[in-house]
Design a binder for this molecule. Structure first.
Ligand SMILES: [Zn+2]
Length: 189
């Protein structure tokens, strides 16, 4: 098969996943409303929809379609912690982190497949591995950026309260980690 067609097919598969995953997740959760959300939308200028997941752990993540998923565990941590967690996710959306990550993934995948098929399989696989490290490094940079943005919205002491809520002193970060340790995040804000 022509390598360009194969690359385009592979990338189309990635793009389909990128479009479908948020839609599938959205169907599973119900909308969550709070004055905190309206306040963050107003100060950030980012229009978000928040949905809630039945889960006792404290967690939140955002999707490319400006939807933020929060857990019941986080919603039960009080309005201040909820505001801080949402502000962090708004930071990811404000900085277009999902789009940037996806574009980087698209480029690295396309180039790697091209090299595997046309140049040398080893060179292509090595670029893929380097790509994974670059993606993880970028992900950690985006975490720091979202933290800084959240601090600008909710204030440092409020945000530190959220970060220390679930801090694990034994937590370690490597070049393959998607998130820096809470300790490193505290140092950077
Ligand atoms: Zn984050």
């Amino acid at each position: 098969m022509n390598s360009i067609i194969f690359i385009l097919l592979s990338l189309s598969f990635l793009w389909a996943l990128y479009a479908l995953i948020p839609a599938i997740i959205l169907k599973r959760y119900v909308t969550y409303t709070s004055p905190v959300i309206h306040e963050l939308v107003r100060v950030s200028g980012v229009r978000v929809r928040v949905v809630i997941k039945r889960d006792a752990s404290v967690n939140a993540f955002s999707l490319p379609n400006n939807v933020i998923v929060i857990t019941e565990g986080l919603a039960n941590q009080g309005q201040d912690n909820l505001r801080s967690a949402l502000a962090h996710e708004v930071g990811h959306l404000k900085g277009f982190h999902h789009v940037k990550t996806f574009l980087l993934l698209t480029c690295l995948t396309g180039i790697s497949i091209f090299l595997i098929m046309n140049v040398n399989i080893i060179v292509g696989i090595v670029l893929m591995l380097i790509g994974i490290i670059i993606m993880r490094y970028t992900s950690r940079l985006f975490e720091f950026w979202a933290d800084k943005y959240a601090v600008s919205l909710v204030g440092k002491s409020q945000y530190i309260q959220l970060l220390t809520l679930n801090m694990d002193p034994k937590e370690r970060s490597t070049m393959f980690s998607t998130h820096p340790t809470i300790m490193n995040r505290l140092k950077k804000i």
